[in-house]
Design a protein around this ligand. Structure first.
Ligand code: NAD
Length: 324
């Protein structure tokens, strides 16, 4: 299979590429990535000499670059995005450009080149916030942040290309990912690196916001199941099965690093902060045999260890990181 992976130098995309070339060695992967602030070429160093791997520096909004990269591919897995909610609150422009326009440019190229499958990688945030229970895949979209709105728009464009043009589109929506190689602006890597450095960590509002945590390797295995076995035009949820409030998670990180609670500094809440996200992922479990494999306690401990051992990776990036 020949695969175009956009955003493959990022946190999740690079895990996907490394895992795919390890577990499906006959696959040929082209990564298209603009290496924005969150794209790290070194994330792909382990596969740099793999005979099935090729890297193309390019922007998903550039129709010529996308056209060249898409020609001859059997499938596209689309990760490239602006993905940090706080940045989208500071300015939505780059989110609309990359997440909406970039997705449309890719979809049009996929259609033109007769690509057999288009996987749109998306998020639980497109549904808004849910106090109790969990969303199923037929839940109407009600995004609250500019980031979530741009992802919802991209998902709808992708599904419209299926319904209108018959493009073989599948959409995955997952919960909060964690693991190694995550840019140190999201909660777990931001707090971990600051605690390792002896600093304080900023906890939004009362810390009651609840998220479900999914190890990045489980997420990528779920995407591979959907890539190979998903039904055209369908949406699949991928969950981790570990719901925690931000306050609870912060407590676990303090314990993991051996830091005192006075290192937590409450800061004014994020504007429009969603209280809780929760996905019902029964569909992918029943139809494609998905189940998360990494127990949260183990995954979190290994992640903290990775940041301890890889200061060289994250230290140059922290200067570019915004507050969580
Ligand atoms: P990331 O910020 O780590 O990586 C994004 C990658 O996309 C980077 O390599 C960056 O260089 C590249 N990129 C950005 N703009 C580009 C452009 N215009 N052209 C080409 N490349 C560009 O993000 P991530 O956390 O790995 O997220 C990947 C995908 O998963 C995103 O679509 C995101 O919405 C989705 N997602 C992430 C999470 C999470 O918890 N991290 C949860 C749900 C969904």
């Amino acid at each position: 299979m020949r695969l175009l992976v956009t955003g493959g130098a990022g946190f999740i995309g690079s895990e996907f590429v490394r895992g795919l070339l390890r577990s499906e060695p006959g696959t040929r992967v082209t990564v298209l990535d603009a290496l924005t602030y969150s794209g790290v070429a070194e994330n792909l160093a382990p596969v740099a000499d793999h005979p099935g791997y090729r890297f193309v520096l390019g922007d998903v909004c550039d129709p010529d670059a996308v056209d060249r990269a898409t020609a001859g591919q059997d499938a596209v897995v689309h990760f490239a995005a602006e993905s940090h909610v706080d940045r989208s609150i500071a300015g939505a422009g780059p989110f609309v450009r990359t997440n909406v326009l970039g997705t449309q440019v890719l979809l049009d190229a996929a259609l033109r080149h007769g690509v057999g499958r288009f996987v749109q990688v998306s998020t639980d945030e497109v549904y808004g916030s849910i106090a109790e229970g969990s969303w199923t895949e037929d839940q109407p979209l009600a995004p609250n942040s500019p980031y979530a709105a741009s992802k919802a728009a991209a998902d709808l464009l992708a599904l419209a290309h299926h319904r209108t043009h018959g493009l073989d589109v599948v959409v995955t929506r997952c919960t909060n990912n964690y693991g190694p190689h995550q840019f140190p602006e999201k909660l777990i890597p931001l707090f971990t690196t600051r605690l390792i450095d002896g600093g304080t960590v900023p906890l939004y509002g009362d810390g009651r916001q609840v998220r479900d945590w999914l190890h990045v390797s489980d997420h990528c295995r779920g995407i591979r199941l959907v890539l190979h076995g998903g039904e055209p035009g369908e949406v699949y949820h991928i969950g981790g099965g570990t719901e925690l409030s931000n306050r609870e998670l912060t407590g676990l990180l303090l314990d993991a690093v051996g830091a005192d609670p006075d290192r937590v500094v409450p800061v004014p809440d994020r504007k429009g902060h969603d209280l809780r996200y929760s996905l019902d992922d029964g569909k992918i479990r029943e139809r494609l045999g998905y189940a998360p494999r990494v127990p949260f306690a183990e995954g979190l401990a290994a992640t903290v260890d990775w940041y301890r051992a890889n200061r060289r990776w994250w230290e140059p990036l922290t200067a570019a990181a915004a507050p969580a």
